[in-house]
Design a protein around this ligand. Sequence first.
Ligand code: ZN
Length: 120
Amino acid sequence: MPIIRERYSDDWPQRARVLKDAAGWTCQQCDRPCRRPEESWAELEQRAIALGWGLELHRPGRFVLTTAHIDQNPANNDPANLAALCSSCHLRHDTPHRTGNRQRKREYFGQLPLLGNDDG
Ligand SMILES: [Zn+2]
């Protein structure tokens, strides 16, 4: 399911980049090093192994740094509401909210809500 880009501020890519740079491109939850856009996989591998993460490098998707809205509101860009999280930690953070988000996205993209569904 795609994100609803309109719910994010126009400067979201820049805000996310500043946060990730400030976090040193490591997850603020589990300290996993994540790949900078200009960093090669070989460079990441060296950095990750030095930090003890080498055994998981065969799963590159786990080394993608994302930016999470702690309160799940993409319009709330207060720095206290943002966290640089690896994809695993971001997924774990969002899991309790996913059912409601799925329904809201379906409705946003044109699917009518089901009668009697008070999920969203
Ligand atoms: Zn993490």
